[in-house]
Design a protein around this ligand. Structure first.
Ligand SMILES: Nc1ncnc2c1ncn2[C@@H]1O[C@H](COP(=O)(O)OP(=O)(O)O)[C@@H](O)[C@H]1O
Ligand SMILES: [Mg+2]
Length: 269
């Protein structure tokens, strides 16, 4: 494991147990600033559990997680988003009856400066703040091509569009690290292509570091700078996409079926 001054995120020996199940077993890796880091592994490998530790939804029994060199282990959960950790969920998490624009404004609100009392009393500072959040939501919707559905209830939209709304909610908080949990699941071919371009654009133009959990191998391989592979809660490999693709334990754990299938097709990554 390489720990450098540039590490945005450092996961160190994190262990999570649920009764007799060891969901994560001393997992350590670093995410470098400015990179897309892929996190792969078969179902049940512990990927979502790791995301839940990063969002502090789950407590870990041992280990530490550092964000910009600062431990988040003892930090109250409400401070996590303010630190700059934004995420999407494997199962969509948004307000389905609220319009798209409001859902995205709610994302921006997690970094907003107006206090709860000021918001409740609707002091003048709040309307200025609301205006700012609204403008931020408009920028994000333009970036994601969501303007035409801005006023539609999020839950009425096609699945792929809902996933983009969720990405918008996470981006609206101006994260330094964007955590994406299986963003490709359920997308059609064209949406997949757009998602790949969006992830690299988020890295290159918005300068946001990305930690990407994904089952879709060709997507992970094409957008990731670095990949960490888990199996049964343990890290089995890390490296660049080419190294991961030829790593024997990864092939055995995860790529076996797909590799067999791919050998009958022309190679494409
Ligand atoms: N809240 C929980 N309670 C009990 N077991 C859990 C919980 N969350 C995850 N697990 C277990 O932890 C293991 C890792 O799950 P998960 O992190 O969801 O895997 P992945 O996202 O890689 O598919 C699995 O065995 C799963 O059943
Ligand atoms: Mg999962």
């Amino acid at each position: 494991m390489v720990v450098t001054a540039e590490s945005l995120l450092s996961v160190r020996g994190v262990t999570v147990r649920f009764g007799g199940i060891v969901a994560l077993d001393g997992v350590s890796f670093d995410v470098q600033r400015g990179q897309v880091c892929g996190l792969i592994g078969p179902n049940g490998a512990g990927k979502t559990t790791l995301f839940n530790c990063l969002s502090r939804l789950y407590a870990y029994q041992s280990g530490d997680i550092l964000f910009e060199g600062q431990s988040i282990t003892q930090m109250p959960t409400h401070r996590i988003a303010a630190l700059g950790l934004g995420r999407t969920f494997q199962n969509l998490a948004m307000f389905k009856t609220l319009p798209v624009r409001d859902n995205i404004m709610i994302g921006a609100h997690s970094r907003s400066s107006s206090g709860f009392i000021a918001s409740a009393l609707r002091l003048p500072r709040v309307s200025a703040e609301e205006k700012r959040l609204g403008e931020r939501a408009d920028q994000i919707m333009e970036y994601l091509g969501l303007q035409s559905v801005a006023h539609r209830p999020a839950g009425d939209l096609p699945f792929g569009t809902q996933k983009r709304v969720e990405m918008g909610r996470a981006l609206a908080a101006d994260p330094k690290l964007l955590l994406l949990d299986e963003p490709a699941a359920g997308l059609n071919h064209e949406e997949l292509h757009d998602l790949g371009r969006l992830i690299t654009d988020v890295r290159d133009r918005l300068k946001i570091t990305v930690l990407l959990v994904e089952h879709h191998m060709s997507l992970v391989m094409s957008v990731s700078d670095h990949i960490v592979a888990l199996n049964f809660g343990k890290k089995i490999a890390e490296g660049n996409p080419a190294e991961i693709q030829r790593h024997p334990e990864v092939i055995e754990a995860y790529l076996g079926a797909q590799a067999a299938q791919a050998s009958q097709e022309p190679a494409h990554v």
